[in-house]
Design a protein around this ligand. Sequence first.
Ligand code: ADP
Ligand code: MG
Length: 262
Amino acid sequence: MTQAASVVSARDLCLTYQANDAPVHALSNVTLDVRKGDFVSFIGPSGCGKTTFLRVIADLEKKTSGDITVNGMTPGEARQARAYGYVFQAPALYPWRTIEKNIALPLEIMSYPADDRKKRIAEALDLVSLSGFEKKFPWQLSGGMQQRASIARALAFDADLLLMDEPFGALDEIVRDHLNEELLKLWARTNKTICFVTHSIPEAVYLSTKIVVMSPRPGRVTDIIDSPLPRERPLDIRESPEFLEIAHRVREGLRAGHSYEH
Ligand code: ADP
Ligand code: MG
């Protein structure tokens, strides 16, 4: 094979929610490929279908028409094969479980041996700078720390595909910078494929090999940008002309989507 395999492949994908008053066209003719090892960001205003797209990949919503495959399978088959880890937009931790027990849960369900679970939990907590918080309950952590714990839970699972829905949206900028850097290192080390939803242009440009710009009503793709930046990126790359050029193009794409409505 000369080309990296498609991890996610969407062709004319449409999803219409049947709301009470009128149908909501959340996704309209979305066509794109996510290749193995890609870091793909989805950026666009609130309501443009970013979460819906991740949920279709994860088999949490059903497409209305078009085609989508995940690792060459239907989303349902990929879910059965535990093809992905999912970080939800809001931290979804069980309040009655400690942080380590929250991270352990999917590993327990998958019957990982206790030793292995312990090792994975320690590594995942280290990656999100939460070592030492194993025995705390979610309510004892700040909102940002809770979100880091749910990232750790998706990481511990060690699936090749990570779906992340605005995972750093609630964090302050310093923590976010640190986690962005850590995420890039993790991605480089593990060759994971990442689909990442964000509102932040600098975050999308800093992290991604491919940026998918979306617009609302109907949710569609206005631009797909293949980043020329090297895969290894110090934080100060954000001041380089190449970086600012891509950021400019994203902004243009967002603007084009906006004028479409008028
Ligand atoms: P984003 O994540 O980009 O903010 P969403 O994918 O959450 O957007 O939503 C896309 C559109 O679909 C929005 O207009 C939203 O209100 C609508 N929507 C999302 N989920 C449902 C649902 N279960 N029923 C009806 N409409 C929905
Ligand atoms: Mg969303």
